[in-house]
Design a protein around this ligand. Structure first.
Ligand code: GLC
Length: 646
């Protein structure tokens, strides 16, 4: 049983609007229940006795955080506790967007609520909106403040009003907490540059190259093309500073308890503004150790759990998403292992699923997908996934080499093929993507591009080829139809719902031209939106197709995260076949054909699983019952079926 479950029992039935006294009692119970774990974690990271004072500060932060939490949010916390693992409901469908590129600012975003409602979106990930440097800032992931809204988006009050509007409409809000680094203009960094030793200890700074060189022996590079190496020389400070991401993103030194406490204060303040899900950005990198890759270290996990357990005491309705784009078994570890099981992050990105989907698009085969997902260690019950096709970042090819080799492919050559297929190096490929961070020394590279362009829509439109256009549309709907049926929260990347293509304008902007991820961060095309009408053009067909799938998903109890998933081997490697909630009458069988040619599946398999009766099957997507005369059901290219159980 994890701590959240214990809190639920301790809370009993507090009623819909408990008194402030009752709320405080419940806070004290949560604090009591988490105390030993918090203490253990804190002193395991900061063992020196001189840190006893820091631990007292931690307790004060929790008390102050609770005092400052608005009553409305405290009530919502209790309501969520009563709802159990509310984030596992099948009703959530998310969208990720940059506020400025989507509609301008926070006020205008509030006016767009009807757009979200019409599509069926009730979970929003807003990309960073707090203050950042005016020059390069990694799309806001270089932060000058964790809580103050950047004026380009509006005021702090606009943000508070927006969160209230979202609450009223039942929209869940996810915001980033860039926990690993600040910008080099953050107040602590400015103090450090000015020679303040206290703040130099907030970062990893060194007088010469000795320590940096030791670290470099085992540290991989995140942005080898634009920001090679992991340290940057700061002339004002006359010291080297650790910068694992960009040179202007300074890694925080969590071996210093003052850093943890200051960041906890920021986290609580952000949560008290009405954020529901906190995206812990780059959390795999939180702890650094010479001789290691400084990723996924046990201390990083303990640190995340410490943040989690503290936040839970103050705001039990707020949950954490792990942004850990690492090896599959390392991702699952962020749900917590051993005593921390279910006490780290509630949600994680299903990056393995995403990367394997793209692998299947290129190879037109599904075995790697089935094998990789089938071999994933099970996640703890109280956790869930974010399933996505594309996001603002690149597509990394972090498959397990042994899975690729098991298919008879050489891992290096296979990755090279995927880069070639998606990044315009093969004449026959319909994809129009770009390479991100090619490393000539290792041959590694990642892929970027919009869903539509990677799936061939851009090229098809250029060629004015109606058949190719409809093939790309079908692929877009197939991939989204798969993630809408998978266990977890589906997250649509804004623009994908209308098939937006690559945006090449970043190449003209000095602070963006070196970062090809901007190719897939388009300005939302409201002209196209205003022209949407049923079935008229590709954008309409994609939009209405997606809208239909979203509505359908919400009607199917079998698609909630708590329901089982089984991957079936249909005997046809071009087909992805998986079943949700198959043990019950709510069972749904999902079939997708990744090939460019029609493919068949034996009706005997469908019959044995309970999805065919008297030669007939019912497809929930088109609402039709069809008869199959032969023993084989044929799926056209990029066909997606959701079959209802008989
Ligand atoms: C995360 C973000 C990415 C950013 C990086 C550094 O991976 O998704 O966009 O560049 O963190 O903050």
């Amino acid at each position: 049983m994890n701590q959240a479950a214990i809190h639920k029992i301790l809370a009993g039935k507090p009623g819909s609007k408990p008194t402030p006294r009752k709320l405080t009692q419940l806070f004290e119970k949560r604090r009591g229940a988490n105390f030993t774990l918090i203490q253990d974690l804190f002193f395991s990271l900061y063992p020196e006795t001189r840190h006893t004072a820091s631990f007292k500060s931690l307790q004060k932060l929790l008390a102050d955080g609770f005092k400052n939490r608005p009553a409305e949010l405290k009530h919502q916390d209790l309501q969520r506790q009563g709802d159990g693992n509310w984030y596992q409901s099948g009703a959530w469908v998310g969208m990720q967007l940059y506020v400025d590129r989507f509609c301008g600012d926070l006020k205008k975003l509030a006016e767009r609520i009807p757009y979200f409602e019409a599509l069926g979106i009730n979970f929003l990930h807003l990309m960073p909106i707090t203050k950042r440097p005016s020059g390069p800032n990694d799309g806001g992931y270089a932060v000058n403040s964790y809580t103050e809204i950047d004026p380009r988006y509006g005021t702090d009050q606009d943000f508070i009003s927006l969160t209230a509007a979202f609450r009223e409409k039942g929209i869940c809000l996810m915001l980033d907490f860039v926990v690993n680094h600040t910008s080099d203009e953050f107040p602590w960094a400015l103090e450090a540059k000015a020679g303040n030793l206290k703040y130099q200890e907030y970062y990893y700074t060194f007088p010469d190259r000795n320590m940096p060189d030791l670290f470099e022996q085992s540290l991989p590079e995140v942005f080898p093309e634009t920001s090679p190496g992991n340290f940057t020389y700061c002339p004002q400070m006359e010291r080297w500073v650790m910068t694992v991401f960009n040179s202007y993103q300074w890694d925080l030194n969590y071996t210093n308890p003052a850093v943890f406490l200051s960041m906890l204060e920021n986290l609580l303040e952000l949560s008290n503004k009405g954020v529901d899900v906190i995206r812990f950005d780059a959390l795999a990198f939180l702890w650094k150790k010479i001789g290691t890759s400084s990723q996924n270290l046990p201390e990083a996990h303990r640190l995340v759990a410490l943040f989690r357990l503290c936040l839970q005491v103050v705001a039990p309705g707020v949950i954490i998403l792990a942004e850990a784009i690492v090896a599959p078994e390392e991702i699952v570890a962020y749900f917590g292992k051993g005593i921390l099981e279910g006490n780290e992050c509630e949600i994680a990105y299903n990056a393995t699923f995403m990367a394997c989907l793209w692998n299947s698009v290129a190879t037109k085969k599904t075995r790697l997908l089935r094998q990789s997902l089938g071999n994933l260690p099970p996640k703890p019950d109280p956790s869930t996934w974010i399933n996505y096709v594309r996001c603002h970042d690149d597509i990394g090819l972090g498959f397990d080499d042994s899975h690729i080799s098991a298919l008879g492919w050489d891992p290096q050559t296979h990755r090279r093929f995927l880069l070639d297929y998606f990044c315009q190096r093969l004449d026959w490929s319909p994809a129009k993507g770009a390479v991100f961070m090619y490393n000539p020394f290792t041959g590694d590279g990642r892929i970027t591009g919009s869903t539509a362009s990677l799936l061939g829509l851009e090229r098809a439109l250029e060629e004015e080829d109606a058949l190719k256009i409809s093939s790309a549309e079908a692929k877009i709907l197939m991939l989204y139809g798969i993630i809408l049926a998978a266990p977890g929260i589906p997250l649509i990347y804004a623009g994908d719902e209308i098939g937006m293509l690559n945006d090449y304008s970043y190449m003209e902007e000095a602070d963006k031209m070196m970062d090809s991820r901007w190719i897939n961060r388009p300005i939302h095309d409201w002209d196209t939106v205003s022209g949407l009408s049923s079935e008229k053009n590709h954008a309409s067909r994609i939009y209405f197709g997606l809208q239909h799938l979203i509505a359908l998903r919400k009607q199917q109890p079998g698609l909630a995260d708590v329901c089982s998933i089984h991957y079936h081997d249909s005997g046809n490697n071009h087909l992805l076949v998986f079943e949700r909630d198959g043990e019950t009458d709510n069972g749904i069988l999902i079939l997708a054909n990744f090939d460019e040619s029609p493919q068949v599946v034996r009706t005997a398999l469908l019959g044995a699983l309970g999805y065919m009766r008297e030669g007939q099957f019912h497809n929930l997507i088109d609402g039709k019952t069809k008869k199959v005369r032969s023993g084989l059901l044929e799926l056209p290219p990029a066909e997606l079926l959701w079959l209802r159980k008989y």
